[in-house]
Design a protein around this ligand. Sequence first.
Ligand code: C5P
Length: 234
Amino acid sequence: MNNNAGRLIVALDLADPLRAKSLAEELSPLGIGFKVGLELYMAGGPALVAELASCYRLFLDLKFHDIPNTAAAAVREAASLGIWMLNLHASGGKAMLLAAREAVESLRHKPLLIAVTMLTSIGDHDLAEIGLSGSTTENVILMARLAAQCGFDGVVCSPLEVAAVKAAVSESFITVTPGIRTGGAEKFDQQRVAAPADVIASGGDYLVVGRPITGAADPFLAAGRIIADMEVAR
Ligand code: C5P
């Protein structure tokens, strides 16, 4: 994709569906995509997802993680809402990832299938606590390779792992990166962060940004600044 605005996905992390819809409407002239995550999904349900998906490129970020049969059924239901992209945790394992792939195979409208590698809120020091050895980067690469073998279109990873994922899998394997922060912006609960220009310079495809835009006094201006920051890398 040559158009940097098209790489931006704004996380509509709001509990009020009306506010989410008006924010999407306000930002849509920029030509960006949107993401519905757990909070807005719990507030607005599938009907809101279908409504937003009929107007915009919509990433449904519910991070499915279940037994293969249940995950595949959820993927089928999600796809029927007309979404552009959805995700499952790679740590759900090969059988779950293959079942998800098979679930979308026969559909007329196939959403992009993206595997979550390691949450961007996790740092190296958190891994031992959850029983993982190796660094976050090593674990991300392992999961990216597994997702690619299972026919996934790409992964969610941190900006810091984009180049390693592309090198380990392929240039065309999509990376979706949350953890985007400019200058001295507040990290909140994110640990593995980088600036928009750095993600573009390392070959990243889609940048997910939530609070730096949804919490800004002028979200349109904030989104425009992030797109302008991507241009710096060109
Ligand atoms: O507000 P912020 O820019 O940190 O938002 C990042 C968004 O990306 C949130 O909606 C979060 O749920 C999502 N996300 C993430 N890390 C992942 C996958 C999704 O931060 N690995």
